[in-house]
Structures are given as C-alpha cells and as structure tokens.
Design a protein around this ligand. Structure first.
Ligand SMILES: [Zn+2]
Length: 477
C-alpha cells in the first residue's frame, strides 16, 4: 500500500474555531487565497454549492415574477452622491477607478442601487410599468480594511441583488417580507441552516433604507452571522433618482422600492455549521457527488470486487458517485472523503459480495449499515433524505444552545463573555446601542425577531427606557 502523507484538520472545532474554519475551507477544497489580499478563489466544490443556490432561487424568482438582468460593474461617482446617507454609508469601502471618465471617477460597485435606479428613472413612466421586479447575479467589491476570512468577509464576492419598484407602500412592505422568507426557506431546505428572521436596528440598517430585515444565524462559536437582507427603501431613492410614475388618475407620484440580497457568505455558514473535526459534512442537496464507493481490494479477489463496484456505480449514476479505485489504503480514502464531506460512503469487499450486500456509512452520524445490493437505490434515497433533515435539526439544536435569555446588563455581559448570543428586551435606540457596544466590548444588536412574546412588559436592559421587544445581541462576523 502507498504511504502518501495525508493531513486532515489539525485543530478541534471546539478548541480553536477560527483556525478550524480556515483549515476546513481549504482542505475540503472549497476555496483558496489569491495573490491579491482579501480575495478568494472559489473552487469547484464550492462553486457547485453556489450553482445549487442559484438554481433553487431562480426557480422561486420565476414564480414571484422577478426577471434576471445585468447592470454595469462601474458606477459614476455622481450617482453615489445622489442619496446622501447611502453615499456616506458606503464611503469607507468603495474601490475607485482613478482614471476619470467624462470628468468623474468611477466606483466599482459595492451594491447596485444607484446604477440600477438611474436606469429605472428612464424605464418607469406610468402605473402600468409597475410593479417592476428585477434581480441580478453579480460580483461585488467592498474594499475591506478589517481582517478578511474566506467566504465570510472578502473584498470581492458573488451575490444576487433584487430591486423592485411598487406603486404603494403596502405592496413594497409585503414583498420585502416575502423575499426575506424566501431566503429562510432556501437556507433551511437547501443548506440545512437554521435562521432567525427579524428587523435590524436603526444603527445597523442599510445605508439609505427606511428599514432593513435580515436572516441571521448564531454560529457554533456564539457569534452571529448575517446571511441575507431585505431593505424597504421607501421613496428615498426614487426621490434622489427622480423615478416618477403617473397613477391611474394621471397624478405624478414617487414609487416605493425594496432591495434584497444573499451572497457566497452562505457557503461559509454551511461549513461552520456542518463541519466537524474530521472535515466538512455536505447537505446531500448541495453535494456534487453524493456517494463515494470504496472497493476493498485484495490480490485474489480484486477483479471480482472492482467489477461489482462498477456495476453499483452504474446503478447509482444519478448521484454522481465516485468510484475510488486509487492505490491508497481504504482507511486513507475514508479520511479523504470525510474531509471533503461526501454524504454517503459505500464499502464493498469479497465478504460483501458473498452476502450480496454493501456497507453504507453516513457522513452526518457515522452510522454503519449493511444494505442488500438489490435494494440499494431505495436505501440511498431514504438515507439522503433523512440526512438532509437530520442536519437541519442538529444545527437548530446547536444554535438554540448558544442563545440565553437575559434581562439585566450584568447577565448580558456575562453571557457575551461566555461566548453566547443573548435575547434581551431592548429599546432599539441608536444612542443606547452605541453605549452597549462600548461597555460590552463589541456586542451589537443582531435583529428583533418577528416571533415575539405577546405581552412583554420588561424595560430596556440597558437604559431602562421602554423596550420595543426582545432582540438578539451578539458579537458578530
Ligand atoms: Zn435602551
């Protein structure tokens, strides 16, 4: 047998989460660093996950009457200046092309509201042009000065951004919530990631928005990760960009707008939630190869075993199985595919052939079963389905175990120090949030979940003012 060296994850998830994450992303072949600081190379294993997200979401968009389009990467500086809050909010992270074009600099898009709404101002004339619902899949550049982390915070990333225009506040409001709920469904159904849906605070909302809704998760290290947002922009941008329509009675009006997005950050969340000390665990729905077949080879029976393994490979074609007949020991191969996160491993050797069965091992719970070859397709189908469900449940329990409900600042402080997220009655005021941030060494509001207790009477845990409801607070990515 070959003696090639093999290095799995060298730290424990529990002990050094940050290093564990860096290793899992690279060793499971999801992404790599590039020569340009803060940029990443997305490898096929991760790009396939992104494609599944796109496929899933494009189908939903079609049902919701959203069309895909594409707008330029470069945005004239004057567009940015039109919406003051927006310009101010994005100022620190815009990358500029210094070579001027018609007397002004061009920004590399950090988000596309301004460039898209310039087009909308030309396209929208009448109530008959509304609602207008457009999405684009694109790359985004935000010149981060903070430390970067693959998938979680990089200078360039991939995302989708939806931009819709409506006649009325009601429609805009309703659909801003609807798109957020679509994100929740996607995260849970496809990626087995549990999320909290709610509203961001005044301090944390999108620059230029009336309000921002978000999906968030509490990661296994107790830090929150924002995974998607949906902004009601009210008429802020239609005013600045001169988007007007004539209503049914011929009166000129400003439309209401929302914008919403999710990004390749979701792939980072997936690895954080589902990885373990042996490597990645891929939810079956986003695994390119859902099965790896490992033949157990001995000289005398090699031919027979390989022949059977190939038969099984053919039978299971729709799962893109890998038949690993390389010259490594079975143990070496087990480790390799566990590291990469392949959902199901089938082992077949001479003993199994005699009994007309294979050994099936699930990546999520390591459960080992003997399965008759005659019923293998059915068994695989059931196992994949069960695994997908089981992973979401496990992640949900883990997330719940990271949250504590507190009422006072002392309890809050203790929980944050103990690497937990908290649920607290809070006033929602900007000044109060700034004070909390100072006092608590960086904890910030995550969101106010839609799901609220009916008769909350508690006061703000920090300033004792009236509370708006229960909010999540945590340190965040
Ligand atoms: Zn307060």
């Amino acid at each position: 047998m070959s003696k090639e060296t093999q290095e799995g994850i060298t730290v424990k998830k529990e002990e050094n989460f940050s290093e564990w994450y860096t290793q899992i992303i690279q060793k499971a072949d999801l992404a790599d660093y590039s020569k340009v600081k803060g940029c990443m190379v997305i490898k096929p294993n991760a790009y396939f996950i992104w494609e599944q997200i796109q496929d899933y979401f494009n189908k939903r968009l079609k049902l919701l009457k959203v069309r895909n389009a594409y707008f330029p990467l470069f945005i004239p500086e004057s567009f940015f200046q039109k919406e003051a809050e927006h310009a101010q909010g994005f100022k620190p992270e815009v990358a500029w092309i210094e070579k001027e074009e018609e007397g002004e600099r061009l920004a590399v898009r950090p988000t596309s509201e301004t460039v898209i709404y310039d087009s909308y101002s030309k396209w929208i004339r009448s109530h008959r042009d509304l609602p207008l619902r457009i999405n684009q899949w694109a790359n985004i550049v935000r010149w981060e000065t903070k430390a970067t982390r693959l998938f979680i915070r990089t200078r360039e990333f991939l995302w989708q951004e939806g931009h819709c225009v409506y006649e009325t506040e009601e429609e805009c409001d309703k659909e801003a919530v609807q798109f957020l709920n679509e994100y929740k469904k996607l995260c849970e159904d496809l990626l087995a990631i549990p999320v909290i849906t709610g509203k961001k605070s005044e301090k944390e909302k999108f620059a230029g928005a009336y309000y921002t809704l978000s999906i968030e998760s509490i990661m296994p290290d107790g830090r929150a990760l924002q995974m998607g947002t949906s902004h009601n922009l009210a008429q802020n941008f239609s005013k600045s960009f001169n988007i007007k329509f004539l209503d049914q009675s011929g009166k000129e009006k400003l439309p209401w707008q929302n914008s919403w997005g999710i990004s390749t950050r979701l792939i980072g969340a997936l690895a954080m939630f589902h990885g373990d000390d042996k490597g990645l665990v891929l939810p079956p729905k986003v695994a390119f190869s859902k099965i790896v077949i490992i033949p157990i080879l001995f000289k005398e029976t090699e031919e027979k075993v390989l022949k059977k393994a190939k038969e099984i490979e053919n039978k299971l074609k729709k799962y893109n199985p890998i038949l690993d007949d390389r010259n490594y020991s079975p143990g070496w191969k087990f480790n390799e595919w566990e590291l990469k996160g392949t959902p199901i491993r089938l082992e077949i050797g001479p003993k199994e052939i005699d009994k007309k069965q294979v050994v099936l091992v699930r990546r999520d719970n390591n459960k080992k079963e003997f399965v008759k070859i005659s019923s293998i397709t059915k068994k695989i189908e059931e196992s994949l389905e069960d695994m997908q469900k089981n992973m979401l449940e496990k992640a949900r329990k883990e997330m719940q175990s990271k949250v504590v409900k507190v009422s006072s600042f002392a309890e809050f402080q203790k929980a944050i120090k103990g690497k937990k997220a908290v649920l607290v009655p809070w006033c929602g005021l900007r000044k109060c949030e700034e004070e909390i941030r100072e006092k608590s060494d960086g904890a910030k509001s995550i969101n106010m979940p839609f799901d609220q207790p009916k008769d909350l009477k508690e006061k703000c845990f920090n300033c004792n003012d009236m509370s708006l409801g229960l909010w999540y607070f945590a340190k965040s990515y």
